[in-house]
Write a protein that binds this ligand. Structure first.
Ligand code: TMP
Length: 226
């Protein structure tokens, strides 16, 4: 006869090592070119590390050796709209398999500069890709996975274009697009945020970087540490 109060077997170090890790968190940054997300990404990564969190910082398109090669093509080689959308998702599939999913499964957090919201904004909103094709690719490549938090940097495309021009760096295929393209991209980001208000926070990016950092730190603390 077994007793319900029988002592449990002692927990060994080996058993602890085999115990499932809590899944890491996935945070993405989005916005039109020139919205100023890069320095804020570095600040969030530093904040998380200072809080004792193991974090991987990465970007899309890119994040793997193959993804970086695809990035070169995507940013510089002219191509059909659907080729562009599928290459974005091909790079993403590789990124998920090689880096994002293993990191999250082992408890590491992932901070990523752009993810599928960018494909929705740029290829669907900006270029007019059929939304059903986007939905099908998203369901195929990451069924059941969405970021835990997405920060969309929202900025007037005229202000963003002036910022891009002031860098003096040769513009890529996307940065060379006209103002009305970025108006559509911005609108698509805002629409996506309306569809997923729990996940996506819209940040007013037309402010001093220090003020933006304060907002982001508050959002991250409230979302994950309160
Ligand atoms: P980045 O300059 O922010 O690194 O992004 C590279 C460019 O790629 C940027 O102009 C946005 C574009 N892009 C898309 O058009 N679709 C996507 O799915 C991603 C991830 C980026």
């Amino acid at each position: 006869m077994t007793s319900s109060s029988a002592p449990e077997a002692p927990v060994t170090a080996a058993a602890l090592a085999r115990a499932p890790q809590p899944r890491g968190r996935f945070i993405t940054f989005e916005g039109i070119d020139g919205a100023g997300k890069s320095s804020q990404i570095a600040a969030v990564v530093a904040l998380l590390r200072a809080s004792g969190v193991a974090v991987d910082q990465t970007r899309e398109p890119g994040g793997t050796a193959l993804g970086e090669r695809l990035r070169e093509l995507l940013l510089h080689a002219p191509m059909h709209l659907e080729t562009e959308a599928m290459l974005m998702f091909a790079a993403r599939r590789e990124h998920l398999a090689a880096r994002i999913e293993p990191a999250l499964a082992s408890g590491r957090w992932v901070v990523c500069d752009r993810f599928s919201d960018a494909t929705f904004a740029y290829q669907v909103g900006g270029r007019g890709l059929d939304r059903a094709k986007f939905d099908a690719l998203e369901r195929w490549v990451h069924p059941g996975l969405q970021p835990d938090l997405t920060l969309v940097f929202d900025l007037d495309p005229a202000v963003a274009a002036a910022r891009v021009a002031s860098t003096g760096v040769d513009p890529d295929r996307f940065e060379r697009e006209q103002r009305d393209f970025f108006v559509r991209v911005r609108e698509a980001y805002l629409e996506r945020a309306r569809l997923a208000p729990q996940r996506i926070c819209v940040i007013d990016a037309d402010r001093a970087p220090e003020r933006i950092s304060v907002d982001i730190e508050r959002i991250v603390r409230e979302r994950f540490f309160s």
